[in-house]
Design a protein around this ligand. Structure first.
Ligand code: NCD
Length: 304
């Protein structure tokens, strides 16, 4: 049985296949509207979420299936001290597939070792967020026409931002990719990703604190929120939270074709004045998240 715990669980060919399925769903949603009738998705969210949980639920409902679950740890038996292993053994008796978000890194991996049904990692601590990355890849493919030959700027909290870690891993497998990693010193990409992914694969990258300096080179600008909930020290968060605020003025030197992505939620790192710029893709990105999750559920349930 297949789970999706890390984006690297999928080969490039499998990712391409998921993207093709998502594009087919976008073209002809009626074809898919009943394919999962009588199947159930459980969303086990031990950590807050709006779009990820609702996008999984909306995806399952759009395939004709149904959903159950909880949206905070306090309303589950975890509050009584139940282990993740036991929770998924139990929920696996009620549902055909499980999407799990957890504050602890590795919790979905543990779940996958005990679950009788496929587990999808919907975000584990500051570690990984593979379905956000599938969303990002579908968005880049639709906006840019392909996933090769891109200079990708990633800006904000590159230390705790789990979407950043999964995105670097995934994009490193495409051709002629360069990264510009824009963050304050305190929020740089963790060494294990710099060493085990970028340096190991000889992928060109630059680390900088300046958002403006490389703006003109970028094909993609991926903005992220400073991850308040992962800081040990609130004063450190307060000091770093306004490190980057993208405004129309800062986009003056950007390519006309650059795409601005953001996994959302946004706090203030993109000014609302940017929303009407045609390069702003982040709300289209949300919709892509639903389609790619439909494709993923179909794949894990072996319908495609
Ligand atoms: C992201 C996450 O949960 O990591 N949100 C999401 O799933 N779209 C990004 C974030 O919370 O900043």
């Amino acid at each position: 049985m297949k789970h999706l715990i890390d984006i690297m669980d999928l080969s490039v060919a499998e990712i391409d296949e998921l993207i093709e399925t998502a594009l087919d769903i976008i073209k002809d949603p009626e074809k898919y509207q009943d394919v999962l009738r009588h199947k159930k998705l459980a969303t086990l969210f031990f950590e807050p979420s709006t779009r990820t949980r609702l996008s999984f639920e909306s995806a399952m409902l759009s395939l004709g299936g149904s959903v159950l679950g909880f949206s905070e740890a306090q309303s589950s038996s975890a509050a009584k001290g139940e282990s993740v292993a036991d929770t998924v053994r139990v929920v696996g008796c009620y549902a055909d597939i499980i999407a799990m978000r957890h504050p602890k890194e590795g919790a979905p991996l543990v779940a996958s070792m005990f679950s009788p049904v496929p587990i999808i990692n919907a975000g584990d601590g500051g570690h990984n967020h593979p379905t956000q990355t599938l969303t990002d890849l579908l968005t880049i493919r639709r906006e840019k026409g392909g996933l090769d030959n891109l200079t990708i700027g990633i800006c904000g909290d590159l230390k705790y931002g789990r979407t950043v870690h999964s995105l670097i891993n995934a994009m490193s497998r495409y051709r002629n990719i360069r990264f510009v990693l824009i963050s304050p010193d305190e929020l740089k990409v963790p060494d294990y990703i710099i060493n085990d992914v970028l340096k190991k694969k000889n992928i060109p990258f630059k680390e900088t604190a300046s958002l403006e300096d490389s703006m003109e080179d970028l094909d993609i600008l991926y903005m992220t929120r400073v991850q308040r909930e992962r800081f040990f020290d609130e004063s450190e968060y307060m000091r770093l939270k306004d490190s980057y605020i993208l405004t129309p003025e800062k986009l003056i030197n950007a390519k006309k074709t650059m795409s601005i992505l953001h996994p959302l939620p946004r706090v203030n790192e993109i000014s609302v004045a940017v929303d009407n710029d045609e390069r702003a893709c982040y709300f289209r990105q949300v919709l892509n998240g639903k389609f790619i999750r439909m494709a993923l559920i179909l794949k894990l349930l072996e319908v495609i």
